[in-house]
Design a protein around this ligand. Structure first.
Ligand SMILES: [Mn+2]
Length: 350
């Protein structure tokens, strides 16, 4: 049976089919199922990171407040969690064209601004994880994923990572053709891939705990650069691209992904969810749209399946850029991001 090692959760949902009125009431006002890495009362710590310097477009800085204004805290509390608001982190300004302070490292653009900003995120993520809180990180562009992972690994060095994205985001400053750092965050966290001590703004990451290839799984890839393909192959990183979703369906795909990460041990999981994983039909307002993405249901199912493990300790929701499809497109995208957050926090259809 699927997820047999998560049997307690399934036993609970099966028994609820013959529920009493009291149980129905409690299911309408659910409390989160016990997660061994999140302490009671189970609290979602909301951290806004309005980062734009990892890519060339303005607008990702509006993501965190758009999600809050669309009802984020209501989503969190209606699912039985406490909500703790940390506001938005200050983003360090870039030192554009200052070759002394911000020299180029490979092709990486604005590494000084990106690196120094996400250092703050790493620190607060670490602090909240040590307090046993669930980290909900609102982007901002996907460079912030490096900050989340750095903070996570200080507390849970053996954590599993689910990277849901159209892109692999594992270019190094040397392999990247665009130089946009939102296509690089994972490379800074992988063992032996980038010497962070040489990258302006990222020196603090040099001695940080690093990811082993077997700690990472991708979902929904469909636009991967040549240099990234080589890295994925050489490191043997597990990737379920859209072809896997076509071939096996999203149910079997998620089962394989979660078995890969958690079959041997109940490790904590962090999910980094790039809204561009979703098909542009349902998430048009983002910077690097790629056709052939996850459908509305598949996108939610990914988050639901991860939530069902009861091992999720953190979630990034990134690359929502309301400026790119103002009006209905932005609303559709923000709605989608909010739905995915709810699914990851335990919302169920029944
Ligand atoms: Mn991404």
């Amino acid at each position: 049976m699927a997820f047999s090692r998560f049997a307690p959760r399934f036993a609970r949902s099966i028994s609820s089919t013959s529920s009493t009125a009291a149980e129905v009431v409690s299911r309408n006002h659910p409390t989160p199922v016990s997660n061994p890495h999140v302490v009671m009362p189970q609290t979602v710590s909301v951290i806004g990171v309005p980062m734009t310097y990892g890519q060339p477009l303005l607008g990702t800085n509006f993501g965190p407040d758009m999600l809050r204004n669309a009802g984020l805290h209501k989503v969190i509390t209606e699912l039985g969690w406490c909500a703790e608001e940390n506001g938005n982190l200050e983003i360090a300004p870039p030192t554009v064209n200052d070759p002394v302070i911000d020299p180029d490292f490979g092709n990486a653009k604005s590494s000084f601004a990106v690196g120094n900003s996400i250092k703050q995120l790493a620190d607060i993520y670490e602090q909240k994880a040590r307090e046993g809180k669930f980290n909900l990180v609102l982007g901002g562009d996907h460079t912030i994923g490096a900050g989340s992972l750095a903070g996570l690994l200080r507390v849970h060095p053996d954590a599993g990572i689910i990277w849901v994205d159209a892109h692999a985001d594992i270019n190094t400053p040397m392999t990247s053709e665009s130089g946009n750092m939102h296509g690089m965050p994972i490379s800074f966290l992988m063992e032996n891939l980038v010497d962070c001590s040489k990258v302006p703004g990222f020196e603090w990451l040099a001695d940080s705990p690093k990811l082993k290839p077997e700690q990472l799984v991708y979902i929904a890839l469909r636009d991967v650069d040549q240099g990234e393909k080589r890295i994925l192959r050489e490191l043997g990183i597990k990737a379920f691209c859209m072809q896997s979703v076509d071939r096996y369906g999203i149910g079997r795909t998620m089962e394989m992904a979660l078995d890969y990460l958690c079959a041997e041990k109940q490790r904590p999981i962090h999910m980094s969810y790039d809204i561009d994983a979703v098909d542009p039909v349902d998430a048009p307002s983002t910077g690097t749209r790629v056709r052939g993405g996850l459908t509305w249901r598949e996108a939610n199912y990914v988050a639901e399946a991860v939530a069902e493990t009861n091992l999720l300790v953190g979630l990034d929701m990134v690359e929502v850029n309301p400026s790119l499809a103002p009006g209905k497109g932005a609303d559709t995208t923000v709605d989608m991001a909010l739905l995915l957050i709810g699914s990851a926090l335990g919302r169920r259809i029944l």
